[in-house]
Design a protein around this ligand. Sequence first.
Ligand code: HEC
Length: 188
Amino acid sequence: MLLAGAASALCAAAVMAQPQSGPQTGLIFRNTITGEPLDLAEGKPGGRDTKAVQTFFQTGKNLYIDDKSCLRNGESLYLTSCSGCHGHLAEGKVGPGLNDNYWTYPANTEDTGLFATIWGGANGMMGPHNEDLNPDEALQVIAWIRHLYTGPVSDAAWLTDEQKKHYTPFKEGETFAKDEPGQCKPLE
Ligand code: HEC
């Protein structure tokens, strides 16, 4: 009895001594306002071991840009978490528009900056959203926000040159199929 107890205590200690599970971040993400490093292990569980998240944490490149299966999810997550303040089409409401080429925080022209703003928040009503979105979902929301962009393609720093060539702006009424092929499984 006693031995079993000691063994399981040892076991627990061994588990706790493991390094944090989840991807090792190559990049350091910083709070948009304070510049403090953000802890990506905090917040909503899950969505940290996908290829897209691991790639993003290493390189800052969002593989979900332009992937219809992710845009479908991103739209739905955006409508739940963001549109109440930023508008249905990200045209702006109590929060600023996110679909033009003007940014209060120029870092948001990069997906790394946008991720940091979503994760850690900005001023006032723009609170952190790492409790309602895990990192993978945040990348899907980012893909959707980028899809809503109405500004000049030349200012779309988040697109590669190749993506710029094929860029087709969002059209109202556009819909996505439930079984849209791509990297993102339908949301539960
Ligand atoms: C309760 C209202 C509210 C919600 C919900 C909200 N925001 Fe905001 N957001 C704001 C306000 C207000 C600001 C302006 C804050 C500032 O300037 O620091 C802002 C600022 C931002 C900015 C900075 C824009 C710039 O010009 O640099 C981004 C990006 C942003 N929000 C994205 C999001 C996303 C993505 C979501 C959903 C996950 C979201 N917000 C949810 C109110 C909100």
